[in-house]
Design a protein around this ligand. Structure first.
Ligand SMILES: [Zn+2]
Length: 418
C-alpha cells in the first residue's frame, strides 16, 4: 500500500467518503478532473483569504509546493490571479513571499434579482464588489421584461469593457423554479407562468444563464459570503420571511435542490390541521402564521375595525420601533411561530447555522429572544455546541447577493466526482 493510499484509508479520513457514486453520470477522477478541482480549491482559498502566499496556500490545501507552483503559474497566465507588490526585498536582502490575489477584472458577474415589485440588475467583479447596479419596475409581461433586462445587460457589457470575460448571469426568482428546464414555474406574488427564463435571457444576451428561487439563492450566498464565523459551516438553513415563507438548505457545502428541484418549500408544512385553508390546498401551513402576509393580517386583526392599516412589513417594523403595542404583539406572535417551525427544521436537518432573512429581522432585538426560547425548549438531540440563529447581514438584498453567487458558484465550486 502506498503511503498516500494508506493515508486516505486512515480512520479519521473515512467520514469523508460517504457518497454513493452516481453511475448514471460517472465522472471518474481523471487527470483533468483532478487539475480542475485543485485549481478551484486554490481560487476558493484565494477568494476567502487573500492576499495569501504560496506557502500559506500549501499549508491550507495540503498540496505540495511543486503542484501549487504549477497551478499558480497557470492561473497567472490565465490572468485569474495577480502577484501583489512583487520586487520588494526584506531588510536582510532576501525576497519576501509574494502574496497572491484574485484579479478582480478577470470576470464580470451579472446578477438579476427579480421580485414582484422591483428587479435589480447588478454587475460585480471577481472579488464580489458591485460595480454597477440598476433597478426596474418588474413587468407583468415576462417576455417583454426579460428582453428589456437583456438589453440592459448588453449595455453594461459595452460600458465595462475592462473585464476580460463575462461568464454568465445568475437570476433569483420569487417562486417555484425548475433548474433543469430553466423555467420559472409559478409564484403567488408574480403573474408569470411557465416562463423559459434561461432560454429568453440567453437569446437576448448570448451569455449562459443560471436560475434559482430567491430563498435558495440566499442560502447559497450565506454559505459563500456569510459572516466570517460561517467559514467552517457546512450545513445551513436559510429561512426567507417575505410575502410567503420559503427556505434554502445547504448540505455539506452544496445547495440541496431535491429530486424534482422543488426542495425548500417548508412553508407548506401544516402546523395546525384545524387551521385556515392554504392556497396549496392543505390546512394550517406554517406560511399562514409566520409570513409577512400573516403578520400584517394579525396586526390588522388586533387593531380591529377602523384601526390603522399597514401594507408593508417595513412600515410595521417602524411602528414596532416607535413603541406601537399592537405592532409589537403582532411581530412577537410571528416570532413564536417562526421559532416553532425552525425548531422542527433543526430537529430534522441539524444545521450548524440558521439564517433568517426579510424585513422582520430589522426587529431582531424583539424576535431573537422569542425564537431562541422556543428552540431551546423543544430541541430533541443533545448538542455539543449551540446552533447559531442569525439575521442575514449583507449590505445588499440577500437574493441579489445570491443571484451573483450563482455565477461565482459555477466558477469556484468543486464537482462531485464519481
Ligand atoms: Zn400551504
Amino acid at each position: 500500500m502506498t503511503q498516500q493510499f494508506a493515508k486516505l484509508q486512515a480512520p479519521h479520513a473515512r467520514h469523508r467518503f460517504t457518497r454513493k457514486p452516481n453511475l448514471d453520470d460517472v465522472k471518474a477522477a481523471g487527470h483533468d478532473m483532478l487539475r480542475l478541482v485543485n485549481r478551484r480549491i486554490l481560487l476558493s482559498i484565494l477568494s476567502d483569504r487573500q492576499p495569501i502566499s504560496r506557502a500559506d496556500i500549501a499549508k491550507i490545501s495540503g498540496l505540495n509546493k511543486a503542484t501549487i507552483s504549477t497551478i499558480t503559474s497557470e492561473l497567472l497566465k490565465d490572468s485569474c490571479i495577480i502577484e501583489e507588490g512583487s520586487g520588494r526585498t526584506t531588510p536582510i536582502g532576501g525576497k519576501p513571499p509574494t502574496p497572491l490575489r484574485l484579479n478582480s477584472k478577470r470576470f464580470g458577474l451579472f446578477g438579476v434579482d427579480i421580485r414582484s415589485d422591483e428587479t435589480i440588475l447588478a454587475l460585480s467583479d471577481f472579488n464580489n464588489r458591485i460595480v454597477a447596479r440598476n433597478s426596474f419596475d418588474t413587468g407583468a409581461d415576462a417576455g417583454a421584461f426579460l428582453n428589456k433586462i437583456g438589453k440592459e445587460i448588453r449595455k453594461l457589457r459595452s460600458k465595462h469593457e475592462s473585464f476580460i470575460e463575462f461568464p454568465g448571469i445568475g437570476v433569483s426568482l420569487p417562486g417555484l423554479v425548475d433548474n433543469h428546464s430553466g423555467k420559472f414555474l409559478l409564484s403567488v406574488v408574480l403573474p408569470w407562468r411557465d416562463v423559459p427564463v434561461v432560454q429568453l435571457l440567453e437569446k437576448a444576451t448570448s451569455l449562459p444563464v443560471t436560475i434559482d428561487n430567491s430563498a435558495r439563492c440566499s442560502a447559497l450566498a450565506e454559505i459563500w459570503h456569510g459572516k466570517a464565523q460561517y467559514a467552517h459551516v457546512r450545513n445551513l438553513l436559510y429561512v426567507s420571511v417575505s410575502t410567503g415563507l420559503a427556505c434554502g438548505v445547504v448540505i455539506d457545502g452544496g445547495l440541496y435542490r431535491g429530486g424534482n428541484n422543488s426542495a425548500g418549500q417548508f412553508g407548506h408544512i401544516p402546523i395546525d390541521f384545524n387551521g385556515p385553508e392554504c392556497r396549496c390546498g392543505q390546512r394550517g401551513c406554517w406560511d399562514l402564521y409566520a409570513s409577512d402576509k400573516a403578520t400584517l393580517k394579525r396586526y390588522a386583526d388586533i387593531r380591529g375595525n377602523g384601526g390603522k392599516r399597514v401594507s408593508t412589513m417595513r412600515k410595521l417594523v417602524e411602528l414596532v420601533e416607535a413603541g406601537d403595542a399592537a405592532a409589537t404583539e403582532a411581530v412577537r406572535e410571528t416570532a413564536r411561530y417562526l421559532g416553532v417551525g425552525i425548531t422542527g427544521l433543526i430537529n430534522g436537518l441539524d444545521p450548524e447555522v440558521v439564517v433568517i432573512g426579510g424585513e422582520i429581522t430589522k426587529a431582531w432585538g424583539l424576535i431573537e429572544p422569542i425564537i431562541a426560547e422556543e428552540t431551546k425548549r423543544n430541541l430533541l438531540a443533545p448538542r455539543s455546541h449551540s446552533i447559531a440563529i442569525r439575521p442575514s447581514a449583507f449590505e445588499v438584498r440577500p437574493s441579489l447577493k445570491g443571484a451573483l453567487t450563482l455565477v461565482q458558484n459555477s466558477l469556484l465550486s468543486v464537482p462531485h466526482m464519481g
